[in-house]
Write a new protein. Structure first.
Length: 81
């Protein structure tokens, strides 16, 4: 069985520069290069799916507006009667 001395501290950190959360300050050039390397381009099927979803929402909105217009028209007819 392996025995470790009690005074040995293996988890002790070395004294290094304190990390301030800004070791890689982002600027326009850094962002551009990062996007060139890592940014995932959308596939054609993803673009088509997005367009389809937008188109569906547009038609749903048109239907809602059409229904509201129909109710307004019916209300105006009721008032005339």
């Amino acid at each position: 069985m392996l025995k470790v001395k009690a005074d040995t501290n293996m988890t002790q950190k070395t004294k290094d520069r304190q990390y301030d959360g800004r070791s890689r300050p982002t600027n326009e050039l850094y962002s551009k290069r990062w996007n060139e390397i890592f940014k995932k381009e959308k596939t054609t099927s993803e673009l088509l799916a997005e367009g389809f979803e937008k188109e569906q929402k547009m038609y749903e909105d048109e239907e809602k507006n059409k229904i509201n217009i129909d109710y307004e028209y019916l209300d105006s007819l009721k008032e005339k009667l």
